[in-house]
Design a protein around this ligand. Structure first.
Ligand SMILES: Cc1ncc(COP(=O)(O)O)c(C=O)c1O
Length: 439
């Protein structure tokens, strides 16, 4: 099957012909300092490619949009253009929920805007409360909060994959897992990339390895496609070989499993034998990330995660809001919210099926429609934008070269008219722009 294999910026050499002259005027004077640094960086193949996209398709690029306002029905205003926002991770619409907003406002009154201290020195009570509340919601012994999933991954992976360990990373995993893995490798652990991410591939890799202690790092829900790896089989194989899964469930948090405990919880039932990182910035509409752990392990993680020790914390007002969101997820209201969301996902997917488009993911609130080449992907995104719908045109390096997709993010607060309107716009778009049909 065609998959959305992300590409590496490090090795990319686009066939763009002569080098582009981008942005900066050359002067007769020899360049020093920042100008010369910029020039050197612009010689890089991936930078050339990205600037090339911007310069060749300035009207369709849409990567530097600035929003002036957003509202509860997911309208977003860019200058004099208001469109429906299908590009937000706040899938449950809680960013617009007065209870969440009030908790943040009350938190500002209580704590100020930011306490400005690394937690290696001092935590606020709101942090301790939020970690306990998250643990109760998830049914685990403890959790540890980080300011973002990126910082969790780059801090935790080197902390838990030690010098004598084998670290296997799903090739499709989020960039921040790969960044964390690079640090772990630089500190001595053996790094292997797995593609495809299947039970067979994992078994084969482990069979060849002598290192005893292994960790398999992967996403619970792929951010660019909404699809998921086979967690149950991978967990079984990892554990049978004395290893453990490290699951970045950023897009599963709040969406899947009982009370939104995530894709890992839905698939594995319990979270006692995995390290699961969840997002507090996506469906939660607050800020930060957490990792599930035991209280004993938490002590070690705090001592070993550099991003925890050397970075600042989630601002206390957002920590207060995390507790409010946990209450919502634990309440009967959560079912009503997910019913609304799932109805909209199903309606979108059924419509895309009727259009016979190639899509990835059918269950998550991220649905990606394949376009393929970069120019057409940008043009398709611009076409929808001009028709009143903002979706993200995703290009290299987030997906492979010539594997561009329209990434549609569904929200519980989208009106049904918005979903139908987007489908109608896609039907019209197809008359102008060829999109690959479903096989
Ligand atoms: C799987 C995954 N991990 C990590 C991140 C980064 O999350 P954060 O913005 O909290 O750093 C994303 C962002 O979309 C993601 O999809």
């Amino acid at each position: 099957m065609f998959d959305l294999q992300p590409s590496s910026m490090d090795t990319f050499q686009p066939a763009l012909g002569p080098k582009l002259e981008i942005g900066i005027e050359r002067t007769a004077e020899p360049e020093h300092g920042l100008a010369s640094l910029t020039r050197r960086l612009m010689d890089d193949g991936a930078v050339q490619f990205l600037f090339g996209m911007r310069d060749q398709f300035p009207d369709a690029h849409l990567k530097d949009l600035v929003a002036q306002s957003m509202d509860g029905e997911r309208r977003i205003r860019f200058g004099d253009r208001t469109v429906i926002n299908f590009g937000s991770d706040s899938f449950l619409g809680l960013d617009q929920d007065p209870r969440v907003q009030d908790a943040i406002a009350a938190g500002v009154k209580k704590w100020g805007a930011h306490n400005g201290s690394s937690r290696a020195f001092c935590s606020v009570q709101a942090n301790v409360d939020a970690e306990a509340r998250l643990a109760r919601w998830l049914g685990v012994e403890d959790t540890l909060i980080f300011p973002s999933v990126t910082l969790a991954n780059v801090g935790l992976i080197p902390a838990v994959a030690g010098g004598h360990d084998l670290l296997i990373v799903d090739r499709l995993a989020h960039n921040s897992i790969h960044e964390g893995a690079k640090i772990a490798k630089s500190e001595g652990c053996k790094l292997k990339k797995m593609s495809p991410c299947t039970a067979e591939a994992l078994s084969a890799m482990l069979a060849k390895e002598e290192r005893k202690s292994s960790m398999v790092a992967l996403d619970g829900v792929y951010s660019m496609s909404g699809a998921s790896p086979p967690l149950v089989e991978l967990d079984r194989i990892a554990r049978a070989n004395g290893g453990i899964l490290y699951i970045d469930d950023a897009h599963g948090t709040g969406i899947f499993g009982p009370h939104g405990r995530g894709m890992a919880a839905r698939e594995l039932g319990r979270l006692d034998n995995v390290l699961m990182v969840g997002s507090l910035s996506k469906a939660f509409s607050c800020m930060g990330a957490f990792v599930t752990c035991t209280t004993e392990l938490k002590l070690v993680l705090k001592m070993k995660s550099n991003s925890y020790i050397f970075g600042g914390p989630v601002p206390p007002p957002y920590l207060e809001a995390i507790c409010v969101v946990c209450d919502i997820l634990n309440s009967p209201e959560y079912e009503q919210i997910t019913e609304r969301l799932n109805l909209r996902i199903r309606r979108l997917v059924a419509g895309l099926d009727r259009l016979n488009l190639t899509m990835f993911g059918r269950e998550a609130p991220i649905v990606a429609v394949l376009v393929r080449d970069e120019e057409t992907t940008l043009r398709a995104g611009k076409w929808l934008f001009d028709s009143g719908f903002y979706v993200q045109s995703v290009l290299f390096p987030a997906v492979g070269f010539n594997q561009g997709v329209l990434r549609i993010q569904v929200n519980a607060n989208h009106t049904l008219e918005a979903i139908d309107g987007l489908l109608n716009a896609l039907a019209d778009l197809r008359r102008d722009i060829r999109l690959p049909e479903a096989a």
